[in-house]
Design a binder for this molecule. Structure first.
Ligand SMILES: Nc1ncnc2c1ncn2[C@@H]1O[C@H](COP(=O)(O)OP(=O)(O)OP(=O)(O)O)[C@@H](O)[C@H]1O
Ligand SMILES: [Mg+2]
Length: 218
């Protein structure tokens, strides 16, 4: 089983959009997936409820319940955990003990960079992170490649000591699809494929981590 925590202290940076897309991707790949929503707002849980029955769906787990781990089926292969805004390493303590990687979405804008830098700095003091056991990676979200604001912010992000796995576009597809309980990974048309291609860095990175952890166990 491999577990991904999608987290940032910053609100509205795309945690639930990324979490639901990751979960949908794993489901479409045929992997038994659980989507845990730690946020009382419940965006990811409601996305699961909206997902139509003919699409592969993750097991939806309400992570605000104290004993949510008990709801995790034993045969789950992929776990995606969606954290709420305002999270700190302290409020995420239990998740940070279990997950294999933390993905931090960040919008390419000054306030977002500032808040994310503080969150990353706090995370870097978590023993599993400082020892190198728990990797942290960034996903730039809502990028507008043709704007100077995005370019400037991305240039700053590239100076940070964390890998940037993807630069996802600012696109209404995410808004429309999540409203329907769907994701880009549920479609095979050309437009969807173009956007899916921007996620490849994320999946390559996750596969590499999985291989590394398997060979460490062998
Ligand atoms: N790449 C994108 N392009 C366009 N809109 C996006 C994109 N990613 C997210 N959004 C929109 O931005 C808003 C915030 O996204 P989302 O709810 O995923 O963020 P969040 O970090 O989970 O927010 P919260 O902190 O409230 O939990 C939503 O309306 C979502 O549809
Ligand atoms: Mg959310």
């Amino acid at each position: 089983m491999s577990s991904i925590l999608v987290a940032s202290s910053k609100g509205g940076c795309g945690k639930s959009t990324l979490s639901t897309h990751l979960a949908a991707h794993f489901c479409v790949q045929g992997q038994r997936t659980a989507l845990v929503d730690l946020d009382p707002q419940g965006s990811s849980l409601r996305w699961c409820q909206r997902r139509t029955e003919w699409l592969p769906a993750p097991v939806a787990i309400d992570g605000t319940q104290e004993r949510w781990h008990k709801a995790m089926p034993e045969d789950v292969q992929q776990v995606v955990i969606d954290a709420p805004a305002g999270s700190t390493p302290d409020t995420l303590k239990s998740a940070l003990k279990r997950v294999d990687v933390v993905l931090v979405p960040v919008l390419p804008a000054p306030f977002d960079l500032e808040a994310t830098a503080m969150f990353l700095s706090a995370l870097s003091r978590v023993p599993r992170v400082s020892s190198g056991e728990l990797p942290i990676a960034l996903i730039a979200n809502r990028v507008r490649p043709n704007t100077q604001a995005s370019q400037r912010a991305l240039a700053q992000l590239h100076d940070w000591p964390y890998p940037i796995l993807a630069e996802l576009r600012d696109s209404q597809s995410y808004v429309l699809l999540t409203a329907l309980g769907k994701s880009l990974f549920d479609y095979g048309n050309e437009v969807a494929q173009e956007q899916q291609a921007l996620w490849q860095g994320v999946f390559t990175y996750l596969r590499k981590l999985e291989r590394r952890s398997k060979s460490a166990k062998d």
